[in-house]
Write a protein that binds this ligand. Structure first.
Ligand code: SF4
Length: 281
């Protein structure tokens, strides 16, 4: 069978597994792979991942940190416990994880050593590891990004990822297995995936499954800006604060009507203004 997503797998060695996270909610991040074959056009990680000799374009090479589990096993004995984000600059559930199983081993090690883990993935491969997560329900949760419930729209910006249905299935299964879960609705791009219909379908899924939603608008990064604009998606308009206030207020009102909890991803501008203008919501 011919693969529609030909990519190269390279094995590398790493000196660290748990990295201090710059995200205020997380103490650490773990990224057992470098690069991501999901190749989303809006991915900020492509501007943060070192370009190695032979790399062609984002999404075409995945680097497997071959000694990751050995390093992690050493670190968990020494490091202070805290919340670990899996993953932050890749998706730990790369297709090659069916072979290497680094995501599964990482979860096992962290949870059995008293760390809490929040997993974010677009891949239904995470369902494989629900047995581990179920054993540590209070210490783990699973989130998936749903930018749109429309496969053709998703293909434009996330051409190589499992489609929205597969991600909806992650949430539905987590609900039926009583695993803590969340939907990340982002990046929200003005004029692309901010329609009432699209936002409404995500709220419906959250309401049906009792799932929290986190929203975030598109943030500008050099390479993603170019890729999206090349495909005719005007990203700059998403940076307009007036639109974002209007959109997010409306979205939260709709969530409240359906009893859906909704939070906003860190947005410094927004929170600064919220401090001085508490009537925003
Ligand atoms: S799945 Fe995440 S890390 Fe991978 S390309 Fe998409 S946004 Fe980037």
């Amino acid at each position: 069978m011919i693969s529609l997503n030909p990519y190269t797998v390279k094995e590398i060695r790493t000196r660290t597994a748990l990295s201090p996270s710059s995200m205020k909610e997380l103490k650490y991040a773990v990224n057992p792979y470098s690069g991501c074959t999901h190749g989303c056009l809006y991915c900020y990680a492509m501007d943060m991942t070192p370009v190695r000799p032979g790399d062609t374009q984002w999404g075409k090479t995945v680097y497997v940190k071959r000694n990751f589990i050995d390093v992690l096993n050493g670190e968990v004995k020494k490091y202070r416990r805290g919340l670990v984000g899996m993953s932050t600059i890749t998706d730990a559930y790369q297709p090659v994880d069916t072979r290497y199983r680094l995501a599964r081993e990482t979860l096992k090690i962290l949870l059995s050593h008293g760390f809490r883990v929040t997993v974010q993935t677009k891949s239904s491969l995470v369902l494989r590891d629900f047995d581990i997560i179920s054993l540590h329900r209070d210490a783990a949760d699973v989130g998936t990004t749903i930018t749109t419930t429309d496969r053709s729209m998703s293909r434009k910006i996330e051409p190589l990822t499992p489609g929205p249905k597969a991600r909806m299935k992650i949430i539905e299964t987590a609900d039926s297995e009583n695993i803590r879960r969340w939907i990340f609705y982002g990046p929200i791009i003005r004029g692309f995936n901010d329609s009432e219909e699209n936002a409404g379908s995500i709220i419906e899924l959250a309401a049906a499954t009792g799932t929290r939603i986190i929203i975030d608008r598109y943030n500008s990064y050099s390479t993603p800006d170019k890729l999206l604009e090349r495909d005719g998606i005007n990203v700059k308009r998403s940076l307009q604060n007036e639109w974002w206030i209007r959109f997010s207020r409306r979205f939260m009102e709709e969530c409240a009507k359906k009893n859906v909890k909704c939070n906003m991803e860190s947005d410094e501008w927004f929170f600064q203004n919220l401090d001085t203008n508490r009537t925003l919501f």
